[in-house]
Design a protein around this ligand. Structure first.
Ligand code: ASP
Ligand code: MG
Length: 425
């Protein structure tokens, strides 16, 4: 008998009907002879609604009480799901993250899982139950406080439980049929990917693809847990994310040259203008940023103008951290020695990802040609071994993604990608 972990996202359990539909799927998996552990997210947009509510009470809620509040969302869905399963004549028990043994550090709102001790889950399974676990939450090792894992954290809960329980697979049910060659909400002709390596998936996730979170894929790679991303609304095979290509029927799925195009409009750009071109300047700028605990993405330094010996340094960062970064730099202006700061939040990032670009010359040239044919101006460029990213105007992003998708032959000839649910909020 195998053990499977299934995770259902908020849009799959958005209302009572959704919960009943999901309960049927879970019972099917059990009837097929599996031990089944289910991880659920909060119903629909519940988490966002709870955040709105907290903000009405206090302008910048954070920390212990905020986590306590947010974890309520997952508690509602886990209990309802257990009831719906019982109603179908099967035994189910629900567990909070803490009861399931999800132990984290004590960083509220973005805690990291440091251990999983799923004793109670095992016991429940051994008694023949289906175990339902609230995603996105845990308990801190030192203070025993309730923590949350950061937005979208239920996927990480699922993979962590799959690893701790030595599951055969972690199935992630979402509102699309799998991982697509581009966001199907933007590119109707996006194709479902049958198999993708952990490496390519990690690059897509860190480039803005929202279907799986970076932290969840990182965890799956570390413990070598295959992930099957699929829809809870259709019975179709989804996308396998694993270390080795899967077999389908009698044919092996091949590594694609290009896995897909990702885009991200959640970043802003800061330009530090008039920085003396001498050793130590970049160090003091980025030390300042690091001390403010701001994560940066791309960095570009221009050549200095000969007459002045001054240069500009630009970098991108999450918009949500913009204020913090600007304040920190302003405070250190005398120490660093720059003229002024420019802040631009009307940017977007487009990334092309694929392990095949290591061995296929011309990918970069084709990428830039596609952008230029679409009349899109490039502001910043950064690359890794298996990714090229550019920053453009935010307004150009949709056009750019579609143009690049077509140029690399990724458009599907037959079917349009289906988005089954979710408000995309
Ligand atoms: N409910 C949480 C969120 O919306 C966690 C999750 O969905 O994975 O971020
Ligand atoms: Mg959610």
């Amino acid at each position: 008998m195998g053990l499977v972990v299934q995770k259902y996202g908020g849009s799959s359990v958005a209302d009572a009907e959704g919960i009943k539909r999901v309960a049927k799927r879970i019972v099917e998996a059990k009837k097929n002879g599996n031990q089944v552990v289910v991880v659920v997210s909060a119903m629909g947009d519940t988490t966002d609604e709870l955040i709105d509510l907290a903000e009405q009470v206090s302008p910048m809620p954070a920390g212990r009480e905020f986590d306590m509040l947010l974890t309520a969302g997952e508690r509602i869905s886990m209990a309802l799901l257990a009831m719906a399963i019982k109603n179908l004549g099967h035994e189910a028990q629900s567990f909070t993250g803490s009861q399931a043994g999800v132990i984290t550090d004590s960083v509220h709102n973005k805690a990291r899982i440091i251990d999983v001790t799923p004793g109670r889950i095992r016991e429940s399974l051994d008694k023949g139950n289906i175990a339902i676990v609230a995603g996105f939450q845990g308990v801190s090792a030192d203070k025993k406080d309730i923590t949350t894992l950061g937005r979208g954290g239920s996927d990480t809960t699922a993979v962590a439980l799959a690893a701790a329980l030595d599951a055969e697979v972690c199935e992630i049910y979402t509102d699309v049929d799998g991982v697509f060659t581009a966001d199907p909400r933007v590119v109707k002709k996006a194709k479902k990917i049958d198999w993708i390596s952990f490496e390519d998936m990690l690059e897509l996730a860190s480039s803005g693809s929202k279907v799986l979170l970076h932290r969840c894929v990182e965890y799956a790679r570390r413990y070598n847990i295959p992930i099957h991303v699929r829809s809870s609304f259709s019975g179709l095979q989804g996308t396998w994310v694993s270390s080795e290509p899967i077999e389908q029927g009698d044919k092996q799925v091949e590594q694609a040259i290009i896995s897909g195009v990702a885009h991200d409009t959640s970043e802003a750009k800061i330009t530090v203008v008039g920085v003396p071109d001498k050793p130590g300047e970049a160090a003091s700028i980025f030390r300042t940023i690091a001390d403010a605990e701001v994560n940066i993405d791309m960095v570009v330094q221009n050549v200095s103008a000969a007459a002045t010996g001054l240069t500009d340094i630009s970098f991108t960062l999450p918009k949500s951290e913009g204020r913090k970064a600007i304040d920190a730099l302003e405070k250190n202006r005398a120490g660093i020695g720059f003229d002024s700061l420019r802040y631009d939040d009307q940017i977007g990032k487009i990334s092309l990802v694929g392990a095949g670009m290591k061995t296929n010359p011309g990918v970069t040239a084709d990428f830039f040609t596609a952008l230029s044919d679409a009349g899109v101006n490039i502001e910043l460029i950064s690359t890794s071994e298996i990714r090229i990213s550019v920053v453009t105007r935010a307004d150009d992003v949709v056009e750019a993604v579609r143009a690049v998708h077509t140029a690399f032959g990724l458009d599907s000839e037959s079917d349009e990608a289906v988005v089954y649910g979710g408000t995309g909020r």
